[in-house]
Ligand binder design. Structure first.
Ligand code: AHR
Length: 497
């Protein structure tokens, strides 16, 4: 590898380390909010969960859905709790009590130092509900909705800056699914009205629900064509799984993600050219993760209960490796991917698990997410890497080693993130780091495990990192041992004189 501080991709937008809380399963009820829990604070928020979220330094959290938002009435979740209606929640076929809503979520986000990324309902509703919601959350006062917020105990506006115009509106599973043209038009008109209320906001339009949708990338192209002036980002979602138990193939799936990102960038830039526009639309990868372990269990859940254990994937070690590679892919596209949300944050396909009235613990995927979020802030550099390659069922020329590097100029630190996908062999990395004069090795963190299927439980953390990685830096040349199937974080810092 050659890594030079002048090979810069872009400054990393910290919001790529965002996450997501949906009113789904036990993400809210039993996850972030459980008033009867011994660790609950005065608002019913679990302190143990907030502590783990703070460790992750999550900068932005998407809310309240997800599929759920497409039939959500935001008014149900504000005002006195005892007056809030219980509703049939159609996306996940549960009962929504509305105990938590917009104001409480804004409070929770402030407590964990995160911004809110708010989604509006473009399934069953549209321009009117969205413009009222933003008046409620962002307008200082003196109008119907802003005064109502004050009556509800929130004198100051929440000033939510980032808004999603619906969710996965191409999906037949969505309440109020839209054709590309229907969606493009409603996104355009809703975006227009919302920016009239608050011109400082940024808007994310839906793209396709994943790259295998039959209307991909036409959905993006039509939406961009219609709403180009109103929107700032286009959304991407993608989940992977190892359904055929073929790890070599599974670990290559970030190549599919890379391709997805490149296609969406091309689509944005094609419409930019078509419109003779100077404005560039960036990407918000606002749902991504591994999701498949819980599929069968979810089919057995009876409908219409409150906060059932839905989408509770228990992640294993190989999942953590793929999550690491997906994070590396975002860093490699730091010039265009400006936001990303690990979906989701607590209990529902999440890095943090809880038991009701019990403990909270870290899943395997917590660790790559944590390392990237904490050490991956600064300028994304472009490592020139010559890696051995392999082929798998779905991919060819897969580099065994994925890498990204971030220069933190403020702290005078550089961090190299690497995944070795080789199932049997360690790989020795030789890296020319001579442009980082005066830098010394700080630590080499490794996440490794002989059992690819090892999981963490509330009793035992089987998969956790150590910092005994074998690395040496001599005269600007780094030699590092990347163990078989491992996630590596190599940290260097300028020596203090
Ligand atoms: O994150 C779980 C679900 O996945 C979301 O509700 C939806 O947007 C996506 O299909």
């Amino acid at each position: 590898m050659i890594l030079d501080k002048s090979y810069q991709i872009a400054k990393v937008d910290n919001r790529i380390y965002g996450s997501f809380i949906e009113h789904l399963g036990r993400a809210v009820y039993g996850g972030i909010y459980e008033p009867s829990h011994p660790e609950a604070d005065e608002q019913g928020f679990r302190r143990d969960v907030m502590e783990l979220v703070r460790q992750l330094q999550v900068p932005i959290v998407r809310y309240p859905g997800g599929n759920m938002v497409s039939a959500y009435n935001w008014e149900d979740g504000v005002g006195p709790r005892k007056e809030r209606p219980r509703r049939l929640e159609l996306a996940w076929r549960t009962i929504e009590t509305n105990e938590m809503g917009t104001n409480e979520f804004a409070d929770w986000a402030a407590k964990v130092n995160a911004e809110v990324m708010m989604a509006v309902n473009l399934g069953t509703r549209g321009v009117d509900a969205a413009r009222n919601l933003i008046e409620y959350t962002n307008h200082p006062g003196g109008t119907y909705w802003s005064e109502l917020r004050k009556q509800h105990g929130y004198k100051e506006p929440h000033n939510i800056k980032t808004w999603c115009l619906g969710n996965e509106m191409d999906g037949p599973w969505q309440v109020g699914q839209k054709t590309p043209y229907e969606y493009g038009r409603i996104a355009q008109e809703t975006g227009k009205a919302m920016k009239l209320v608050d011109p400082t906001i940024e808007l994310v339009a839906c793209g396709s629900s994943n790259s295998s949708m039959p209307t991909f990338p036409e959905y993006e192209a039509t939406t961009l064509d219609l709403a180009y002036e109103q929107i700032d980002y286009i959304s991407l979602h993608q989940y992977y799984g190892n359904r055929s138990n073929d790890t070599a193939n599974y670990l290559a799936k970030n190549l599919d993600m890379d391709n997805f990102i490149k296609t969406v960038i091309s689509t944005c830039d094609y419409i930019k050219a078509k419109h003779r526009s100077k404005k560039t639309i960036n990407l918000s990868f606002d749902e991504w993760n591994v999701w498949y372990h819980s599929n069968e269990a979810d089919n057995l859940i009876e409908p219409w209960s409150v906060a059932p254990p839905q989408l509770e994937d228990i992640y294993n070690f190989e999942d953590a490796l793929l999550v690491g590679s997906m994070l590396i892919t975002f860093l490699q596209h730091a010039d265009r991917v400006k936001m990303a949300c690990l979906a989701q944050l607590v209990n529902v396909i999440a890095p943090i698990m809880t038991e009701n009235n019990g403990r909270a613990w870290k899943q395997t995927i917590f660790y790559p997410y944590y390392h990237a979020s904490v050490y991956g802030r600064g300028i994304s550099l472009k490592p020139i890497l010559n890696s051995p390659k392999y082929d798998s069922a779905d991919f060819t020329d897969i580099p065994y080693v994925d890498s990204a590097a971030v220069l933190n100029e403020k702290e005078d630190e550089v961090t190299i993130f690497m995944v070795n996908k080789h199932l049997h062999d360690s790989i020795v990395l030789t890296a020319d780091l001579r442009s980082f004069e005066g830098f010394a090795l700080k630590e080499h963190i490794v996440l490794e495990n002989d059992d690819l299927k090892a999981v963490n439980t509330k009793e035992r953390e089987e998969v956790k990192p150590h910092n005994k990685g074998k690395s040496v830096l001599r005269e600007g040349i780094l030699e590092a041992d990347l163990p078989k199937t491992s996630w590596n974080v190599i940290r260097l810092a300028k020596k203090k004189v």
